[in-house]
Design a protein around this ligand. Structure first.
Ligand code: GLN
Length: 486
């Protein structure tokens, strides 16, 4: 099979079923590709060849015995290094956890194992998933395969770079404010943030628990549906997990044809939007119109408060979640300390990077007595207004269409001001505050050859509808079939 490393899951699963390739051959191909390019990409924090080949061998044995487990059986899937895999390192790209080995599997890890996937690699990200470029990784930034001088986005930048470069067939990331969708846009991939509660957070290193969701990066919308189908579902070990029967997302794709009513939020086409991205998204809007979709302008009036609200709630939750790294129970422990408090302080000072410290300080401030009401409580109220904006729009439309990011992949080192970095998430964070599902799908390239993504935002727990709208676009365009030369 030509170009094994760039095939979608659907093609590879068919080839595995037809015995044209074996899972071991496929895994060998991604291992070889990883070794050839990761020195330039820094997308992997670690990988375990022997373990991956053993998983692939087990998959081949299952298929030979007529016990194949479906589309993911034998497919290499990479995990962001914030998702626990028993017996493997789990670093969150932090010095704090640099030597930590996970004693258990995340629920999504168990689900992927059950589906027969070959878990391949621990993927680089911003430290504790805080950032938009992977430059906050303690192990150095991951690099964008489309232009090695640029970032792949973040925080799940390694998950995007690894997939775009053909070193794996699908990946998982986590999305608290855009960390799946923005890197997907920067690297020319499909990236889906599920509705809050659809995918278990058990075994995900917590950043901001009311916003975090795990989701897939994939080459095609159908592949994203396949991975989502494997990881969605109720979990007793996550108290915010949604109780409902999970549809067969892949099967449902075929049945939904539109036309749909699409809303275009005017606040998402404001100053600061790169003109080439604006034009690409306008062409996508014209495409939907040409397919009989009704396209109407809508307003999400509280959009201007999203960034402030997010950076209060996310940092508050982060400061609380990260209190567990005290140098005592696990993680980095300072070598010298005069007493217990000094040990806490030194361990945290040595273990955390600058951005993580900035957020802990901010979060502690907004939760402190005297400021709690003024910041945290008020932010929670604004969050409700932001969610109501979306729900009001959904009385008129099926989904919203926006750019994913105001800018394409930027240069490594270009954004040294934290505020400039925070502004990158302006179109993605409202979705997390509202708990909605959203995806990024490729919709063009800049004149400089950088991928452009558009965002589709759906109604709560209607991932099937969202995927169908994206697929209608994907089927009529070939952006997703292009690959970086590397
Ligand atoms: N870039 C955003 C932040 O730094 C979002 C990160 C994420 O989604 N994990 O918080």
């Amino acid at each position: 099979m030509a170009d094994l490393i760039y095939q979608p899951i659907t093609q590879l699963a068919a080839a595995l079923d037809a015995k044209q390739i074996s899972a071991v051959e496929l895994t060998q191909a991604v291992i070889a590709r990883t070794k050839a390019v990761n020195g330039r990409l820094n997308a992997f924090n670690s990988f375990d060849e022997a373990d991956a080949l053993a998983q692939a061998g087990a998959s081949d044995a299952r298929r030979a015995a007529g016990q194949g487990r479906g589309a993911l059986d034998g497919i290499p899937v990479g995990l962001k290094d914030v998702i626990a895999v028993q017996g493997q390192p789990l670093t969150a790209s932090s010095r704090m956890l640099a030597k930590f080995v996970s004693p258990y599997d995340a629920t999504v890890t168990q689900q992927l194992k059950r589906a027969g996937a070959v878990l391949w690699g621990r993927l680089n990200c911003d430290e504790f998933a805080m950032g938009s470029s992977t430059e906050n990784s303690a192990f150095g930034p991951a690099v964008n395969p489309w232009d090695l001088t640029r970032v792949p986005g973040g925080s799940s930048g390694g998950s995007a770079a690894a997939l775009a470069a053909g070193t794996t067939v699908a990946t998982l990331g986590s999305d608290t404010g855009g960390s799946i969708r923005q890197p997907a846009a920067f690297c020319g991939l499909v990236g889906l943030k599920p509705t809050y509660g659809l995918v278990s957070r058990f075994g995900l290193v917590a950043f901001a628990s009311s916003l975090d969701q795990i989701g897939p990066f994939a080459r095609t919308v159908e592949d994203a549906a396949i991975v989502l189908g494997a990881i969605a579902g109720h979990d007793e070990r996550d108290s915010t997990s949604y109780r409902a029967t999970i549809p067969n997302y892949r099967a449902e794709l075929g049945g939904r044809r539109g036309p749909w009513k699409l809303g275009i939020p005017k606040e998402y086409f404001a100053a600061g939007l790169d003109p080439e991205i604006g034009a690409a998204v306008e062409r996508a809007i014209a495409f939907y119109r040409s397919q009989g979709c009704e396209v109407k302008p809508v307003s999400l009036p509280h959009t201007q408060y999203c960034l402030d609200t997010y950076y209060i709630i996310a940092t508050a939750e982060a400061s609380s979640n990260l209190a567990r790294y005290d140098g005592i129970r696990y993680g980095h422990r300072a070598a010298q300390a005069s007493d217990l408090v000094d040990l806490y302080a030194r361990s945290r000072a040595e273990g955390f990077g600058a951005e993580v410290k900035r957020r802990i300080i901010l979060g502690t401030y907004v939760l402190s007595s005297g400021y709690y009401d003024a910041y945290y409580l008020r932010a929670q109220k604004v969050r409700t207004l932001i969610r109501e904006d979306f729900l009001r729009a959904y009385q008129e439309v099926d989904a919203l269409l926006t750019p994913t990011s105001p800018i394409p992949a930027f240069k490594i080192g270009e954004k040294s001001d934290p505020l400039a970095m925070y502004l990158c998430d302006i179109y993605t964070i409202g979705v997390n505050l509202a708990g909605l599902p959203a995806l990024s799908v490729p919709c063009g390239f800049t004149s400089g050859g950088l991928p452009i993504g558009m965002q589709l935002i759906g109604q709560p727990f209607n991932e099937s509808g969202l995927l169908a709208i994206a697929q209608a676009y994907e089927r009529a365009h070939d952006w997703h079939t292009r690959h970086p030369s590397l």
